[in-house]
Structures are given as C-alpha cells and as structure tokens.
Design a protein around this ligand. Structure first.
Ligand code: PLP
Length: 393
C-alpha cells in the first residue's frame, strides 16, 4: 500500500468522523440540504466585514509592482507592525514587529511553534476536552500529547496539570475561549497555571512554554479573556482571523511571543525558518496586506450571543444538562445517555447533525456549533426535544 502505516491508522481512527460526515451528506442528498440542520462544523456562516472586500478589491487593483511576490518568511514588516500595535493596545505589554510573525491561520502557527520547540519524545500537556487536531499536529513534530481532564465545569484543573508535568514537559497548549466547551479560562486559572509553570521551569532549569491558541478571543459574550502575557513571560500566542472575521478559508493568522521571553529572538528565528520549511513559505500576501485595515473590525459577537441565548435556554427547558458557553459559537451539552455517539444518531434521526464529545476527548457529551441563523435554530429545536424524549424512553 502506498499510504504509510501511520497515516492509514489515523484515517482508520478518524473513520467514525468520516462515517458521520458521509451519513450527513447522504441525508442532505436524500431530503434536501434545507431540511438538514447541520450543527457539526465550526465554519462561520456570517459574511466577512464589507470593509475586507473593499480593501481586497483596492489591493488587487493597485499598480504597485511586486504585490504578489515572496516576502520575508516572517511576513511583511508593515503587517507585523500593525499586529504588534494592536496587541500593545489589547495586552499588558508593548510589542514590536520583531515579536510577531504572520502564519497560515492558527493551524499553521501551531505547527510552526511545535516544529520549532519539540525534540522527539517531548511532552505537551493539553487540557481536555480539546481541539482534536492538536494530536495530529503533535505527531507531525514528534511530540507526545498528555491530556489532563478539566474540572466538571470545564475550568482548568491546576493540581492535575501540576501532577502531569515531568522533566519531559516542553509546553502546555490551552485554547481560550475553548473549542468545544465555549469556556473561558479566567484570570485565577491563568495565574495558577503560570505559577505552576514557573515553578517547574525553575526546577528543570529551562522554560516550559505556555502556548495559548486564541482564535475565538474576540467572540467572548462579556467575560474577560485573560492576557497570558500579564502572567507568564514564556508565553506564545497563536491567533487567527478565521473565526472572528469569518475568513477561515483565507488562511491568515499570527504568532506573537512575550517581548521579555528568554531567548525570544532565537525562537522567532526558528518560527521564521519553520514557516518556510514546513512548506507554507509565508502567509498569503494579499491577506497580509489587508490585515492592517481590518484588524479592528468588530466581530459579530452579538449575533452569536443571541443564538447562544436562544439555543441554551431552549435546551435547558427541555431538560438538557449544559454549561452555558462564555464565548465561541459552540456549546457542549451532556449526552442524556452514556454513549454520546448513539445519542448523536438519535439526533440524526431528527435531521440534526452534531459531533460526539468523544471526538474531543469529552466522552458523554456532544458539541453543537451554532453557525446557523436564529430562524433555522428555532426550527431545529423540536428535533432536540424529540431526541431527548427518545433517549429517555
Ligand atoms: C481551537 C482551534 N484552534 C485552531 C483552529 C484552526 O484555525 P485556523 O483556521 O485559523 O487555522 C481551529 C479551527 O477550528 C480551532 O477551533
């Protein structure tokens, strides 16, 4: 067989996701897409800001020469500077362009970071439930991911994280606000985490990095998303515009490090090199040019909040057990039966597609992505009610 054993195994392991996807597609073909309520994908349904389209049209019409050439692998200086200024306003420390590199989305950024810091066998702690792609990114770069369950309310379990750290621990990845739970880890959690990381960094005589994946940061419904840089110098931020500006297909994001990080210049050199050699070469040129003009465009947070309120209050009234998300566009209710995949099948019988929690290391839950207009959510509610009644019967 041409495909290597490892990838074959990954595909096999992920086969239930494929099966679910195919069943969903089959359902759409059979009864029409408009009759299927697809809550499975984290793909924003809201259009990007008009300003983005205007800026891109202007840029494409520009007579400037060399618009579409390669640039420095770290990205355009002007874009890095604009992101650094934005971060300096938003965070507790001052950034310069030298602490920012532009990446191919947050996914590209995470791969660049892991490639740069991991030696074979190095461990990375991941609080779970978590964004499952981390496992594959980790594998790409020879790392081992060590899952640590969050508390019942999906807050960080600092004691459990502390117990999981060994002399092989290189980093922890947190995703704040979190996919799939919608939870925002608060200041107390981040402070506690920073103290533990500082203690073990000191013990082992080398930094344990705090990597914070924050593409949902501007999709908070009011709760403050803490600033990792305020608490910990060995912090690496990975971010993108995929979710808050609804442009996941355009593949634009960035990495930023704490300005006072130990050997930060060296790390940025490594990121720049890995951006190139992982094959991204650089983040898309036209999007980099557009970013300075759209950085401060408002995120559609009110729309997602209204959807959250509608969906969560209805699910609560039916009897679902759930923690209301603080942000993102996901909610992670408890499955009314132990087997979350079975419950997902019951929802599919009502033409509702969601993802089992086991796909996120959260067995016994399921994820709803409310990237869907309120009228459609309202139409789906009865199906959620019926599936719950069936599960209980
Ligand atoms: C937690 C998390 N991190 C990273 C990504 C990847 O984002 P991007 O499209 O910016 O690569 C996603 C996408 O769903 C995500 O949910």
């Amino acid at each position: 067989m041409g495909v290597c054993k490892k990838v074959s195994l990954f595909i096999e392991r992920a086969s239930w996701i494929r099966k679910m996807f195919e069943e969903g597609e089959e359902l759409k073909r059979r009864i029409g897409e408009e009759n299927v309520f697809d809550f499975s994908l984290g793909n924003p349904d809201i259009e990007p800001p008009d300003r983005l389209k205007e800026v891109i049209i202007q840029l494409m019409r520009s007579d400037e020469k060399g618009m579409h050439r390669y640039m420095s692998n770290a990205g355009f200086w002007e874009t890095r500077k604009a992101v650094a200024e934005f971060l300096s306003e938003e965070r507790s420390v001052e950034f310069s362009f030298a602490q920012v590199i532009m990446t191919v989305g947050a996914a590209g950024g995470l791969n660049v970071v892991l490639k740069s810091i991991l030696d074979p066998g190095d461990e990375v702690i991941v609080p779970s439930p978590y964004f499952v792609e981390y496992d594959f990114y980790m594998d790409n770069h020879g790392g081992i991911s060590k899952k640590v369950r969050t508390n019942d309310d999906f807050s960080l379990n600092i004691d459990a994280i502390s117990s999981a750290i060994t002399s092989n621990t290189k980093a922890i990845i947190i995703n704040n606000p979190n996919n799939p739970t919608g939870r925002i880890y608060g200041d107390e959690e981040i402070r506690g985490l920073a103290e533990v990381l500082a203690y073990f960094s000191n013990k082992y005589g080398r930094p344990i990095y705090l990597i914070s994946d924050e593409p949902y940061r501007r999709l908070s419904y009011g709760k403050k998303v803490p600033d990792i840089f305020e608490y910990y110098k060995e912090s690496i931020l990975v971010n993108s515009f995929s979710k808050d500006l609804s442009i996941p297909g355009e593949r634009i994001g960035y990495i930023a490090i704490h300005p006072e990080m130990h050997e930060g210049d060296h790390l940025i050199k490594a990121f720049t090199f890995c951006n190139r050699t992982l094959g991204y070469v650089n983040a898309p040129a036209i999007m980099q040019r557009a970013i300075p003009y759209i950085l401060r465009e408002p995120a559609p947070v009110e729309i997602f909040k209204r959807r959250r309120d509608l969906l969560c209050s209805a699910l609560n009234s039916f009897g679902y057990e759930l923690i209301w998300p603080d942000g993102t566009f996901y909610v992670f209710p408890r499955s009314p039966i132990k087997d979350d995949r079975k419950f997902v099948s019951l929802l599919r019988e009502e033409n509702i597609l969601v993802v089992p929690g086991s796909g996120f290391g959260g067995d016994g839950y399921f994820r709803i992505s409310y990237c869907m207009p309120e009228e459609r959510i309202e139409k789906a509610l009865n199906g959620f009610k019926k599936a719950l009644l069936k599960a209980r019967s």
